[in-house]
Design a protein around this ligand. Structure first.
Ligand SMILES: [Zn+2]
Length: 536
């Protein structure tokens, strides 16, 4: 009981509104190999601020390059017009006012000042005492105030600071929250710079911070080195953090930051927290950043991954159309996406029916059954048949609808051996009787047809139409490895007879087309035979 109560009180501490700061354009750009062009940064900033309605964006580090200055200036000009300039933030350094000048020169109004959050960083990197560092920061604050720039402050390496030198962290905080400061620091941003924390530590350290400085606004800035960025972000919010730092697609140095879409979904669904995010824009934004960064999102990445709204198992599609049995709150439409039903060996009739419905194809239950059977056969050998392949499969199945199968392939083997002609062994059943033969040819299919001709000639004393043309195509939109369509034209009764075969394998597709032809011929033959007998 005690444990439950504790969890409940923890929940009550979630701020009703969680502020989200996206750092795709700053921390995200620190991903190895990623460099955004100024116009790309502008387009992403627009998307984030206008379409997504995000609270804050961090768009650059000050003084990095001339290109960066252009990008920040453009973003600021746009944001000012859009009335959102207060949401644009730039990382700045404790550098005697140079960063502040740079930021003000670009037209930005907020600096995210990078200060040291661990004693180690302070003494070993800056070679300063805490008192010297604090004095430097205060001069920076004073200068920012005079320039009309408001200040948020990073305590870099805060996670290690809390672990190894909490007294240093408190010394910094005590000094930087003092009433005597020239300007109040608006937010303290606590980064797990090296991504070393776990959620229990986040809770412990955040509670300590909250207890000592209950009136301060704390952001948490996670890194994903242990795949805990999202969990740690939530732990921070549960412990009183008012803001979270994220990046689109989790871009960022090493293993990246907490991914925006995941953080948003969990905050909303699991903790009923409010954010400003327009969720239906998340997928679009993810695709945009994927394209500009050149870093692909894993297909199984929650919310924005290629496959996450694709149902493969038929039982799920069935549940979808019945009582939404397999729905969770992660409904694709929420994120500007659509649920897709993959067709494969696991797709049941309901799944296929869903796909047919989306294509506007109406089939009888019997036809649906046969299409399903066909997809299952295909899926046994290749992974997935997409919706784009479906019309081809349907017409393949329905083309020879109702035709009796007098000629049936029982089994076959084709072979290619180095230095030898391709060979084929074929066993067929023609009007209930089985025959077998082997042949070699110029290719596997050629050998196959030669063996068939041999059977027809030797056992039935007749032949079948000669091949006139042979075309292989991949259905448009289909995956290259999924399906091949073969259309064969045959010289038949003074004209051309065309049959099609569809399969994952080219030879198999040609064989299918051949057997369709043989059945048409056989049916015609039996029909005229019956007519002759009737006449006699
Ligand atoms: Zn970072």
């Amino acid at each position: 009981m005690g444990a439950t109560q504790q969890v409940n009180t923890t929940y009550q501490r979630i701020p009703p509104y969680v502020e989200i700061m996206d750092s795709t354009l700053r921390d995200g750009e620190q991903t190895n190999g990623v460099s955004f062009l100024p116009h790309e940064k502008l387009v992403m900033a627009r998307k984030l601020l206008l379409d997504l309605n995000i609270d804050r964006i961090e768009v650059a580090s000050a003084r990095v390059s001339e290109g960066e200055r252009q990008a920040v200036s453009k973003i600021c000009a746009f944001a000012r017009k859009a009335g959102r300039i207060g949401r644009v933030e730039v990382l700045g350094f404790v550098d005697g006012g140079q960063s502040i000048d740079w930021i003000a020169g670009c037209g930005a109004q907020v600096v995210n000042l990078l200060a040291k959050g661990s004693l180690k960083h302070c003494t070993q990197q800056l070679h300063k005492t805490p008192e010297q560092h604090i004095a430097d920061i205060c001069r920076e604050l004073d200068y920012a105030a005079r320039k009309g720039i408001s200040v948020n402050l990073y305590l870099e390496d805060w996670s290690n600071g809390m672990k190894d030198s909490p007294e240093y962290v408190y010394q910094m905080m005590d000094a930087l929250t003092a009433d005597s400061l020239p300007v109040k620091i608006r937010r303290f941003m606590l980064p797990d710079t090296l991504g070393v924390m776990n959620p229990l530590q986040v809770i412990e350290y955040f509670r300590k911070m909250m207890k000592r400085y209950p009136d301060q606004h704390f952001d948490f800035h996670a890194h994903n080195d242990y795949d805990l960025a999202v969990s740690n972000s939530l732990a921070a919010v549960l412990s009183g953090a008012k803001g979270l730092h994220v990046t689109v697609n989790g871009l960022g140095e090493r293993c990246g930051n907490a991914p925006l879409a995941s953080v948003q979904a969990i905050l909303k669904d699991q903790f009923h927290a409010k954010t400003s995010i327009v969720e239906s824009q998340l997928n679009d934004l993810s695709r945009m950043v994927e394209s500009f960064s050149g870093i692909s999102v894993a297909p199984n990445q929650p919310i924005v991954g290629e496959n996450v709204f694709t149902q493969v198992a038929g039982v799920h599609a069935d549940g979808d159309s019945k009582d939404k049995l397999y729905y969770n709150e992660l409904i694709p439409e929420r994120f500007g996406r659509k649920r897709e039903y993959a067709l494969g060996k696991n797709s049941g009739r309901a799944n296929i029916a869903k796909n047919l419905e989306e294509l506007g194809l109406e089939l009888t239950p019997e036809q649906t059954r046969r299409v399903t059977e066909r997809i299952t056969q295909l899926g046994d050998r290749k992974e997935i048949v997409t919706q784009d392949d479906l019309p081809y499969i349907v017409s393949d199945v329905l083309k020879h609808d109702g035709m009796e199968e007098h000629v049936r392939l029982v089994s076959y083997m084709v072979s290619t051996t180095y230095g030898l002609k391709p060979g084929a062994n074929v066993r067929v059943e023609i009007n209930g009787q089985q025959y077998e033969a082997g042949a070699t040819g110029d290719g596997q299919y050629d050998a196959f047809v030669k063996a068939l001709r041999y059977i027809y000639k030797k056992y039935l004393g007749r032949t079948f139409p000669i091949l006139a043309n042979y075309q292989v195509s991949i259905p448009p939109g289909g995956r290259t490895d999924a399906l091949v369509q073969t259309v064969i034209s045959w010289h038949y009764r003074g004209g051309l007879l065309r049959t099609r075969g569809l399969d994952a394998d080219q030879t198999e597709a040609a064989i299918k087309a051949t057997f369709k032809m043989l059945n048409i011929v056989e049916n015609d033959m039996l029909k005229s035979q019956a007519e002759r007998e009737q006449k006699n």
